[in-house]
Design a protein around this ligand. Structure first.
Ligand SMILES: [Zn+2]
Ligand SMILES: [Zn+2]
Length: 336
């Protein structure tokens, strides 16, 4: 059991929310949320399905009874919402499906990751290989990184999804769906009364993961920044509950902080391009101490910032002749 209590919140309309801590990876804590309004019970996100995550989720339901007097059975669940198709949020579905038939809802752009997982993994693995070679990662490292990429995801088996969400939908007459692409193509926030479930979109104390949209459409820095503006100034939000960080009581302040962190990262990558670098070289400069899976994440992040700067004409390719004449050429970017 994680050494963290289950926290209870209440919306202005009297709906109860419980925040269940889950250890989704050895170094990553996440939260699932149980929403109770009269007879209606919803579960938002289900953890990774890896390590202790499933156990923590099942224990969480038991602790709702022992610590809060909420006797919720899995069979009572009316709804499962997946905020986005990253394994730390949807991986628990295989276990959850054995306990409940509650309909699953996810944004239309992330549905295929859940319902065609094996096919999707094969295609993204191929695209990841193209990205890594173009970034300047050598073949041996590329094979190692691709192995890690698949390993973290290939334990999940496809699950049917009953409901598809779009921006502006009102799910179950309660949750207003706000589509915020960037961190993930189908990333959503859900507004319930004066509470906003922000999942991985607003995480002021966690380094947000971004990948280039050349790798995955509707991701990237540009989409993420536009989506931050979408939730900034959202009327009537008193409390924001994210997928990995502490509750946020001032959403606009948190978004402003994230915008300034992003501006700093963009500037840092731009400054590092004073000398020509490939994406892999820049990753070594900017994230010198990362190893294993974090290296793969760092390469994608640097790729995302390079893409953002390049889209704006702020970078030039120092070895254009080499890249123009050779499909396997590795672009080396410098500030234009
Ligand atoms: Zn995520
Ligand atoms: Zn996450």
């Amino acid at each position: 059991m994680p050494d963290e209590i289950i926290t209870r919140f209440e919306t202005a309309g009297g709906t109860r929310i419980y925040r269940l801590p889950l250890q989704v990876f050895p170094n990553l804590r996440a939260y699932a949320h149980v929403v109770i309004a009269g007879d209606y019970v919803a579960l938002i996100d289900v953890g990774s399905g890896q390590g202790q995550s499933d156990v923590h989720l099942r224990d969480g339901f038991a602790r709702l009874a022992s610590e809060w007097g909420e006797h919720i059975r899995w069979a009572d669940l009316d709804r499962i919402v997946i905020t986005h198709a990253h394994i730390d949020h949807h991986g628990g579905l295989n276990m959850v499906r054995t306990l409940t038939d509650a309909p699953i809802a996810i944004h239309e752009l992330d549905r295929r990751v859940i319902v065609h997982h094996e096919e999707r993994l094969a295609l993204t693995r191929f695209r990841m290989g193209v990205f890594l070679r173009r970034a300047g990662v050598d073949e041996a490292r590329c094979a190692k990184l691709l192995g890690m990429y698949s390993w973290s995801k290939d334990v999940f088996r496809s699950v049917a999804v009953e409901d598809v969400l779009r921006d502006g939908d009102l799910l179950d007459g309660r949750f207003r769906i706000i589509h915020v692409p960037g961190h993930c193509p189908g990333q959503i926030c859900l507004q319930l009364d004066d509470v906003l479930f922000t999942a991985d979109h607003v995480l002021p104390t966690v380094a947000i993961f971004l990948s280039p949209e050349s790798l995955n459409a509707a991701t990237g820095v540009d989409h993420f920044l536009l989506s931050l503006r979408k939730v900034k100034g959202l009327p009537g939000v008193r409390l924001a509950l994210g997928g990995h960080s502490k509750p946020v009581h001032d959403l606009d302040e948190a978004v402003t902080k994230i915008e300034s962190i992003q501006a700093g990262r963009i500037a840092r990558v731009y400054d590092a391009c004073a000398e020509p670098h490939s994406v892999a070289e820049l990753t070594t400069v900017l994230y010198p101490a990362v190893g294993a899976y974090d290296e793969l994440l760092a390469l994608q992040k640097v790729g995302a910032y390079i893409e953002y700067l390049d889209q704006r004409g702020l970078l030039a390719i120092a070895n254009l002749d080499e890249v123009a004449e050779n499909e396997a050429g590795v672009p080396r970017y410098r500030a234009a």
